[in-house]
Ligand binder design. Structure first.
Ligand code: SAM
Length: 220
């Protein structure tokens, strides 16, 4: 079915935003990992590693979208978990910063576009701190669905909005928050079943901890 007018508008908005965001991340790639660890007390890598420890017994081959400099993979390796990761990001400078043996390949791609993998390639997909750069989560859920096998998992974060609307949090860094109900509805409409949801303090911004919800979902 051809996209509706509103679907086209959402894609166009995403495409404009994506250009700005890719430039921003390309510029901050060399300092980003140190900044998150030292200035922001970033907690998600360790949390994700802990959650993946039991899962790694049955699911080993993961696609990590918005991999950045590979913070998540490093924490997984430090926890002694042996996963095979494909790191994907649209910032070429971020991909160059990856220095972790769990990443068997790295690939430049936009997570809102069709992906260059065979169907059912992966046991699961991770995307941590991606959704705040995406106008509509469905754009990513739909692209990632075919490349995950049945019984495969999704592990991702989003910033829950304080209202029933999609909100732009900070104009200068273009952060987007989404209503929980919207994320749940779109996850289901893309074909995933929500298994667990954890609201977490993830990093310090100014004087406050920022909250993200971490979701574990299943492709049945
Ligand atoms: C906040 S960083 C998170 C990096 C890593 N996941 C972590 O937790 O440390 C967001 C990353 O998402 C990437 N990104 C943003 N929008 C993207 C898109 N549409 N497709 C692919 N990568 C994207 C950026 O280039 C950046 O590397």
């Amino acid at each position: 079915m051809p996209p509706s007018e509103s679907e086209k508008q959402i894609q166009e908005a995403q495409s404009h935003l994506g250009t700005i965001i890719r430039d921003l991340y390309n510029q901050m790639a060399t300092t980003y990992e140190d900044h998150l660890r030292d200035d922001c007390q970033y907690t998600l890598p360790a949390t994700v590693a802990k959650l993946l420890a039991p899962i790694a017994k049955t699911h080993t081959n993961f696609l990590e979208l918005a991999v950045g400099p590979g913070n998540i993979g490093k924490a997984i390796a430090e926890a002694g978990i042996d996963l095979r990761l494909t790191g994907a990001d649209f910032s070429e400078n971020m991909l160059r910063m990856i220095d972790c043996p769990l990443y068997h390949s790295r690939i430049q791609l936009d997570a809102t576009h069709p992906m260059p993998f065979e169907d059912n390639t992966f046991d699961g997909a991770l995307f941590i701190l991606l959704m705040e750069h995406i106008t509509d989560p469905l754009l990513v859920f739909q692209q990632v669905y075919p490349v995950i096998r049945r019984g495969g998992l999704l592990l991702f974060t989003f910033m829950p909005s304080q209202s029933e609307n999609v909100e732009m949090l900070e104009h200068e860094s273009t952060l987007i928050s989404h209503p929980r109900e919207m994320v749940h509805r779109e996850l289901a409409s893309a074909g995933f079943t929500l298994l667990k949801e954890y609201p977490l303090d993830t990093y310090i911004h100014g004087d406050e901890w920022r909250v993200h919800n971490l979701i574990l979902a299943l492709k049945e």
